[in-house]
Design a protein around this ligand. Structure first.
Ligand code: NAD
Length: 251
């Protein structure tokens, strides 16, 4: 039955950036679909854990700005659950400044977390999926700036455009192993990431006026796309970046 193909009972899902925002929304959605969820974050995921039945959520504290964290996260997941089925690369940061003032630090910090760590975790998960001979699902969180240029966010645009390209690249190489690599491109969502934008009255009303759905998105809005791409219902979806944007890109 088709709805059964969306169920994730017994699957182990790893979600980075699980303590708040879209990561929290996806943890809850994956758990509601039946998955055991390992949430990775720098800070406590107590708020996320409180939204999920006891025993279904496990927290891994790690700074994903450090490359050695990729191996650590995978070790912890295997120690706790003995396998991995789904990886959601959600942790991401943004830095805003004019191109002419943009610092090397703001370039490196964003690229290292949003793109390099996403690759290292995907690589570690892919190795494990192949070892398990189980197939697997990798879901990367992209952005409207995987399709558009944006303004005053050069490293963010570079990283998120990279995420979309890398999603296709990894999908091509990993599909023969039964591994699906796809991405979700959220539109303008109410989280910490967009706090500065939402506090800027002019930018905020300009953005809202351009969203056909007439509202900003929420962490709950992304859950359906995440569960779909994590499930057997998406077994023949490879390398695609799915916009969840209230119509922004089509406008
Ligand atoms: P958020 O700031 O609420 O969440 C970011 C998450 O990343 C947090 O859980 C944070 O703990 C984690 N994180 C940041 N640095 C980390 C580090 N060094 N180590 C471990 N974890 C770290 O923002 P959000 O909007 O929920 O962002 C989630 C993802 O969605 C990001 O990749 C972001 O770029 C993307 N995104 C957001 C929007 C939006 O409108 N909010 C739009 C497009 C894409």
């Amino acid at each position: 039955m088709i709805l059964d193909r969306f169920r994730l009972d017994g699957k182990v899902a790893v979600v980075t950036g699980a303590n708040t925002g879209l990561g929290q929304g996806m943890c809850v959605a994956l758990a509601e679909a039946g998955a055991l969820v390992a949430g990775v974050a720098r800070r406590s995921c107590a708020e996320t854990a409180a939204k999920i039945p006891e025993g279904q959520f496990f927290e891994i504290l790690a700074d994903l700005g450090k490359t050695e964290s990729a191996a650590y996260v995978m070790e912890e997941v295997l120690k706790q659950f003995g396998k991995i089925d789904i990886l959601v690369n959600n942790a991401g940061i943004i830095r805003r400044a004019d191109v002419v003032d943009f610092t090397e630090q703001d370039w490196d910090d964003v690229m290292n977390l949003n793109l390099k760590m996403l690759f290292l975790l995907s690589q570690a998960a892919a190795k494990q999926f192949i070892k398990q001979n189980s197939g697997g699902k990798i879901i990367n969180i992209a952005s409207m700036l995987s399709f558009q240029g944006g303004i005053r966010v050069p490293s963010y645009t570079a990283s998120k455009s990279g995420v979309r390209g890398l999603t296709m690249e990894m999908a091509n190489e990993l599909a023969p192993h039964g591994i699906n690599v796809n991405a979700i491109a959220p539109g303008y969502m109410v989280t910490n990431n967009t706090e500065l934008l939402r506090n800027d009255e002019k930018r905020s009303s300009e953005i809202l006026a351009r969203i056909p759905a007439g509202r900003w998105g929420t962490p709950e809005d992304i859950g359906g796309a995440c569960v779909f791409l994590a499930s057997a219902a998406a077994d023949y979806v490879n390398g695609y970046t799915l916009a969840v944007d209230g119509g922004w890109l089509g406008r």
